[in-house]
Design a protein around this ligand. Structure first.
Ligand SMILES: [Zn+2]
Ligand SMILES: [Zn+2]
Length: 171
């Protein structure tokens, strides 16, 4: 969905956005939705800039960094930032990414690509090490068993007999 800046009325507009299609971030990265995405986005013109507020709610499929199992990751994003036309940035301000307390994003000044904004926000919300549960027990490093589901009989050796022998030999 693309919104033309010229179509935003003076009082601003509110867009309700729903989708069930997976998100394509780029050629290699796709994010699979686990539940349909709902989003409300409000756009208001403010001196040539656009004040964007809104929320995104959905769940996506991620793989747990510890047990490698796929799980539903809840996405609950609140947005509040200024869209600034790229050509309207005074050179000195160009590197400053905040205007007051508000975050700033740049756009071409003509069209606002809602899909792109939503994709980007979701992509940025994904943790570096996603966990299916904060207490995920992970995999046994010896047999690979998923310790959330089963107990294996591996015992973590406090020392390895071979290295222990070597250590004694050196003494
Ligand atoms: Zn896990
Ligand atoms: Zn094991």
């Amino acid at each position: 969905m693309v919104i033309k800046v010229g179509d935003i009325p003076p009082e601003g507009m509110e867009i309700h956005f729903d989708r069930e299609k997976d998100l394509k971030i780029n050629e290699r990265t796709k994010i699979e939705l686990a539940t349909p995405l709902h989003s409300v986005i409000r756009l208001k013109r403010e001196q040539g800039k656009i004040h964007l507020t809104g929320e995104i709610h959905t769940a996506i499929w991620l793989s747990c960094a510890r047990c490698l199992e796929p799980f539903h990751y809840l996405v609950d994003i609140k947005m509040d930032y200024l869209l600034v036309p790229r050509d309207k940035i005074p050179k000195a301000e160009g590197l400053r990414l905040k205007s007051g307390d508000m975050e700033v994003e740049f756009f071409d000044g003509i069209e606002i690509d809602i899909d792109h904004i939503i994709n980007e926000q979701i992509f940025l919300s994904i943790p570096i090490k996603p966990l299916c549960h904060k207490d995920c027990a992970g995999l046994c490093p010896y047999c690979g068993a998923n310790l959330n589901k089963e107990r294996c009989n591996c015992k973590v050796p406090s020392f390895h007999p071979f290295y222990e022998a070597l250590r004694r030999l050196k003494q």
